[in-house]
Design a protein around this ligand. Structure first.
Ligand code: SF4
Ligand code: MG
Length: 275
């Protein structure tokens, strides 16, 4: 009976991208909104399911490829970026997503971000940023606010959080954007831009961990604070982007995009030319 129902659901337009496996995330988790936006972006760009690969690391975000009806690779902790890089270098024709949480991407795998950005590998990276380690039960991560109480810091986090947008800009990512899991339509537009961008696309997604964060990145706080960015999409001004990254912690939109810069495989073709 359930299989029949799922078949019916999958026939609805973008839901062809949803896998038969029902997500095991906690009810109310922001990740549902993220995969919804991803399905819609793939649909609107008419991507074939067999041409999509999603690569994940470890954490609640690690399960993402299981819930997308295409190819996927659930790799080691922090390693979605290097595996996605290798995949893209071997199969340039595929649309490759790398996904990771804040702990996975900026803690354990933090050393990979500068290199994928400076090489301008043509993949789309989705940072599921709920500012906490969810799967391991609520420890402080690299984006947990200072003084927030967590399971690893019950009297308050002593560490200063990283600013993922500033990091991506400083590392030289050619596309830097932020979206919100509670606005799948808006997030879909950003993901589409990220896919179409020829180079490394960095997309931070603000999303709540409803189970282990009751005070910071909650739906209530996000709803009250998330807004559109105040800078123009074609603004290639690094100074403006950095200022927005500093001053607009909840601003969503494209901070920076360099459409002229060649991506890695274009550079290789240029270096290997026969002249
Ligand atoms: Fe989502 Fe948090 Fe549950 Fe993980 S633990 S599925 S991040 S709500
Ligand atoms: Mg997290």
């Amino acid at each position: 009976y359930l299989d029949e129902k799922l078949d019916m659901v999958r026939k609805v337009d973008f839901l062809q991208y949803r896998s038969p496996d029902l997500p095991t995330w906690c009810p109310g988790c922001g990740y549902f909104g993220i995969v919804d936006a991803l399905y819609r972006a793939c649909r609107e760009l008419a991507l074939k399911q067999e041409d999509i690969v999603t690569v994940s690391g470890i954490g609640c975000s690690g399960r993402t490829p299981i819930f997308i009806n295409s190819y996927g690779f659930h790799t080691l902790h922090g390693r979605s970026i290097p595996v996605a890089t290798g995949l893209k270098l071997a199969r340039e024709d595929l649309t490759v997503f790398a996904v990771a949480g804040d702990g996975d991407a900026l803690g354990i795998g933090g050393g990979h971000l500068p290199h994928v950005a400076r090489k301008n590998i043509n993949i789309t990276f989705l940072l599921f940023d709920n500012s906490i380690y969810g799967l391991t039960k609520g420890q402080s991560s690299s984006t947990t606010p200072y003084e927030m109480r967590t399971s690893s810091h019950p009297v308050g986090n002593p560490d200063t959080p990283l600013n993922p947008i500033k990091l991506a800009l400083a590392y030289g990512a050619s596309f830097v954007a932020r979206g919100y899991a509670g606005n799948p339509q808006g997030l879909k537009e950003i993901i589409k831009e990220g896919i179409l961008h020829q180079g490394f696309s960095f997309i931070q997604i603000l999303t709540p961990c409803v189970t282990f964060d009751k005070e910071n990145r909650t739906w209530k706080n996000l709803k009250e604070n998330v807004c559109d960015l105040n800078i123009r999409i074609d603004d290639k001004n690094m100074e403006t982007a950095m200022r927005a990254a500093e001053n607009e912690p909840y601003g969503c939109g494209i901070f920076f995009q360099d459409k002229q810069r060649p991506h890695y495989q274009e550079i290789l073709r240029h270096l290997n030319r026969d002249d």
